[in-house]
Design a protein. Sequence first.
Length: 148
Amino acid sequence: MVKHVSVTEARELQEQGHVYVDVRSSEEYAFGHPEGAFNVPLLDRDPVTGQMAPNPDFVRVMQAAFPPETKLLIGCQVGGRSSRAAHMLASFGFGDVSNVRGGFGGMRDQMSGRVVDPGWHESGLPVEEGQPAQRRYETLVEKADGPA
């Protein structure tokens, strides 16, 4: 079962040892992400077409990087990709998965533009830029691939 938490609840849980996984593209992640977040994109830019495409290695990399008992916080830009990813991970045996409502950028009502769920960034929570070596996607793929 997937839980749904606000960004402030996610930060509190992160401080208690939950692991934040940002499922946005590597490019989005590099421009800014929640402090301490790992990056495993659900979708990423196809190098040939330049279009966003499903990451065929998403579950494999997650399983290699995190034991199934890991308490996971799954976030994206507004909450759509993370909700999909959280449900996928729960169906693959991860037992403690929370979708972060509002993600990094916040969810707005499409008609009024009013904030429905504030995002991590606009809530003033700690943010990092770049791709920290141990938490970037390429490092996690190398771990999943094992020794050459």
